[in-house]
Ligand binder design. Structure first.
Ligand code: S3P
Length: 444
């Protein structure tokens, strides 16, 4: 997408409240995993509701390049798996585009397949740290060579007779946890990951769903996951719920635009993903979940939201893993709240698709909101009258672009973004969907 021309957009206050009943595209985390585990299973995996965003399409292309057969059948995606350890060497560089999840999880798979491969990505991904996966994955016997600063491009010579890894996560990261578990699938013996703070457990849920022998023990506030290596994963059906991290944008827009009322159906509500809901409720948001149910080992439900005047919030650092992708949009909600909000412990935001801590502050300042960064905390001073009128640089970051377009719905003057193209990495159809609810988004 780097080669595409930039697509600037403007967002302004809508004439009417937002209203409607919508669904959002499939969960990005679950979509990547369904393709990867499907490729490592024996037999057929049928995926319905797969996110057809650029990030996930990169994973599909990489798994094909490693020998899996992946095709579309109507709205479903079918993966004919190769079985554990049976992927084959790619004959070209694996380009993971903008996707950190695709790159880091794939590194886990490559570490325990005995062949040489090279992985790269776009300018944003090439600037993101890979040491966090290289360090633990080296313990399997794999050899990695990376560009200075442990960045992509990265070469991997996978281990011939891989050793199981035992690792305590130094940062709360579901990507690192998943990379180690994926490597463990083709290592003899027990792979063990200890996470001091629980992170999203889609890999664990899906491994069980595909028949792996996996246990999860509680340890203090955290967890220890043990996986028995070289199981026979069996292809399975996967229904992907709507992505709560995508639902967050229309949901917050509905909360902030006076008089609005919306329903978002079939949203994933895995408790390790719903920190935003907790924070918004603490701010007084009118949020209701109906039709809550379990589908394929994951919680889902319909979320209803009505405009509410919010009050400031103090978000503790331990909530970060359950809402790590939602701070940008929460910060917009804080800008309209009564009082001063403090979002604590956001160091990880600095290494996302952009430096989201700096970028959130810059976005709010561009709209005339008072904001400070103190250490790893973001402080947002709420106001009932936000001037707007600024331009937001989106730095190849989809969530920054979507947050800024929601921001424009409540500022006095329009907000502009420099480029909307990266929205397609996670939320194709975002602008059309928002316009359908009544949002004002126009070509700039
Ligand atoms: C993801 C984990 C999170 C999140 C990313 C998706 C995953 O990253 O930010 O969008 O699917 O495992 P970290 O593991 O770096 O926290």
């Amino acid at each position: 997408m780097e080669s595409q021309p930039a697509r600037p957009l403007s967002a302004g206050r809508p004439a009417e409240p937002l209203a409607g009943e919508i669904t959002v595209p499939g969960d990005k985390s679950i979509s990547h995993r369904a393709l990867m585990f499907g490729a490592l299973a024996v037999g057929q995996t049928r995926i319905s509701g797969l996110l057809q965003g650029e990030d996930v399409l990169r994973t599909a292309a990489a798994m094909r390049a490693l020998g899996a057969e992946i095709r579309q059948e109507g709205a479903d995606w079918i993966v004919a798996g190769r079985g554990i350890g049976a992927l084959t060497a790619p004959d070209d560089v694996l380009d993971m585009g903008n996707s950190g999840t695709a790159a880091r999880l794939l590194a886990g798979i490559l570490a325990t397949h005995d062949f040489y491969s090279v992985m790269t990505g776009d300018a944003s991904l090439r600037s993101r740290p890979m040491r966090r996966v290289i360090e633990p994955l080296k313990m399997s016997g794999a050899v990695f060579t990376a560009r200075a600063g442990d960045r992509l491009p990265l070469t991997v010579q996978g281990a011939r007779d891989a050793l199981p890894i035992s690792y305590r996560l130094p940062v709360a990261s579901a990507q690192v946890k998943s990379a180690v578990l994926l490597a463990g699938l083709n290592a003899r013996g027990i792979t063990e990951v200890e996470e001091p703070e629980p992170t999203r457990d889609h890999s664990e849920n899906m491994l069980r769903h595909f028949g792996a022998d996996l246990t999860v023990g509680q340890q203090g506030k955290g967890r220890v996951i043990r996986l028995t290596g070289q199981p026979e994963l069996r292809g399975a059906d996967v229904t992907v719920p709507g992505d709560p991290s995508s639902a967050a944008f229309p949901l917050v827009a509905g909360l902030l635009v006076p008089g609005s009322r919306l329903t978002i159906k079939n949203v994933g509500l895995n408790p390790l993903r719903t920190g935003l809901f907790d924070s918004l409720r603490e701010m007084g948001a009118d949020l209701t979940v109906r039709n809550a149910r379990i589908q394929g080992g994951e919680s889902i439900g319909d979320v209803m939201v009505e405009h509410t005047q919010l009050t400031a919030v103090d978000v503790p650092p331990e909530r970060a893993p359950s809402m790590i992708d939602e701070y940008l949009i929460l910060a917009i909600a804080c800008a309209t709240a009564r009082g001063t909000s403090r979002l604590r412990g956001l160091a990880e935001l600095r290494v996302k698709e952009s430096d989201r801590l700096a970028a959130t502050a810059a976005m709010l300042r561009a709209g005339g909101v008072r904001v400070e960064i103190e250490g790893d905390d973001l402080i947002v001073h709420g106001s009932s009258n936000i001037p707007g009128g600024g331009v937001v640089q989106t730095h190849m970051d989809h969530r920054l672009a979507m947050s800024a377009l929601v921001f424009g719905q409540i500022t006095a003057a329009e907000m502009r973004i420099d480029d909307a193209t990266f929205i397609d990495t996670s939320f194709p159809g975002f602008v059309t969907l928002m316009r359908g609810l009544g949002a004002r988004i126009t070509a700039a």
